[in-house]
Design a protein around this ligand. Structure first.
Ligand SMILES: Cc1cc2nc3c(=O)[nH]c(=O)nc-3n(C[C@H](O)[C@H](O)[C@H](O)COP(=O)(O)O)c2cc1C
Length: 131
């Protein structure tokens, strides 16, 4: 299995599209055996996708070209033995106490990434914590 973590910038207000995105994601991911998390704060998305390699790659290829966001940057891409977010076809979070806990968890996922990538994630998480 693989796990991909990326961030992106929404083209509009994420809250307008959140419901539609989650509905499609849960339907497809449930069918495809993909689990993960989608965090959004109105301006940016952070998503974790995990599952079988080819299936996750195909989903990510679709997601990357989705006009509802741009500037997709992969923070981490690694092989995994076990799922981190196995309970959810796509959990949804927005800023708040619970989200801060999850950000700490996601921070661990990108801990082994390059300094550059970690810095990108950390600046994202800090801005979100302050929001
Ligand atoms: C931020 C973001 C996250 C998305 N996450 C997923 C996802 O986890 N799974 C998925 O199938 N589609 C996701 N999508 C939607 C895809 O880009 C695409 O619209 C969808 O997979 C097409 O599915 P359909 O052919 O069944 O309509 C996401 C889109 C955005 C903008």
């Amino acid at each position: 299995m693989i796990q991909i973590v990326y961030i992106s910038t929404a083209r509009g207000d994420t809250r307008t599209e959140r419901g539609n995105i989650l509905m499609t994601s849960r339907r497809n991911n449930d069918r495809d055996g993909i689990s993960g998390l989608l965090y959004d704060d109105g301006k940016r998305f952070l998503q974790v996708l995990e599952g079988e390699v080819g299936i996750v790659e195909a989903a990510f290829a679709r997601i990357k070209t989705d006009p509802r966001h741009r500037a997709v940057v992969i923070l981490s891409r690694r092989e995994i033995e076990a799922r981190e977010f196995g309970d959810w076809a796509m959990a949804s979070l927005s800023p708040g106490v619970e989200a801060n806990d999850v950000m700490v968890r996601v921070g661990r996922l990108v801990a082994r990434a390059s300094a550059n990538v970690r810095a990108t994630f950390e600046s994202f998480a800090q801005v979100r914590a302050a929001a």
